[in-house]
Design a protein around this ligand. Sequence first.
Ligand code: MLT
Length: 392
Amino acid sequence: MKINENYRSLETSYLFSQVAAKKAAYQAAHPDQRILSLGIGDVTRPLPTPVVQAFTEAVLDQGDPSRFHGYGPEQGYDFLKESIQQYYRRFGVELPIDDLFISDGAKCDLGNILDLFDTDNTVLIPDPVYPVYRDTNQMAGRRIAYLPAGPENGFLPMPDPDQKADIIYLCSPNNPTGAVYTKAQLAEWVDYANKQGAVILFDAAYEAFVTSPELPHSIYEIEGARECAIEVCSLSKTAGFTGTRCGYTVVPQELIRGGLSLRAMWLRRQTTKFNGVSYPVQRAAAAAFSDEGMAACQEVLSIYRSNARLMHEALEQAGIWHTGGIHSPYLWMKCPHGLSSWEFFDQLLEKAQVIGTPGCGFGTNGEGFFRLTAFGTPEDTAEAMERIRKFL
Ligand code: MLT
């Protein structure tokens, strides 16, 4: 047999596994030290009460013969899809119910959606960006062209009409930099993709952090996006589902490539390879989109927003160049004293017992930068920033 040789081109371990391993090794060597983690973007607040209530009730349904649910539709229950439809109406987007596919999270869908595309395609990936886009395409052996992002373009690269691309990844609000595309900028991307016949994979996982009505939550706020874009989103950061697992992908019926409907292909793929998200999780997710659930989620989000504000102020006072933290749970800072990303990681761990994520893990252009997350508890965040301030 032959293995998939493309795996040889990957880093030995995934970025966040590498960070977790370093943290575990340091903790084992220093059992008395309390490490504070501003590394992986994992939430710390529990599920909001209306979500827990719906979740619990649905678990009880599963133990009652008259309310029990076996296999559900692979693409998700209508009750959840309808509540997502309602949510999108808040920012003026009307989604046909059949365009929505419920899954166990954005990361899985971002990897799995690649089943629809030939390996002989050029993939355009901003650098730096969420490493899943790069790694999943490397695994499949696709050609990758990187779009350089940096302080000069506000970490928001724009299309080059002479650049050929078939699959384009955009993430806004951006992981890791926290930068957010305006509607006008996204309109340029949509126009470019439609001219190229390319498909945009739009990662909206952090849309709940957008607070300005001027900034887009969804690529479907842009005219022409239904002809060229797939949107992937998740309840992980919006409603605290990192350990509960639920997300969704929108594949518009207008999206036709090679004479085939991508929506029909995705339905075929999901019905073949996926048996759907569990009934209790979908009930919990639907509760997050209810009026009561949305209000409870906003309360939690405001805790993370106030962490981000505190972090921004601490970096500002220390005179450290940074972006993000406004419509985003991430702050993206320049490493001090010309340190590389991993040098700063090691020093911060060694001297302040604070974990962050090295910017170079998000791409070559992330070298010399460092990502901090605002998903910690307010107490730990304040203490971590105090330790960072002293260290700097
Ligand atoms: C991150 O830290 O970038 C994310 O939490 C990872 C993820 O969502 O998979």
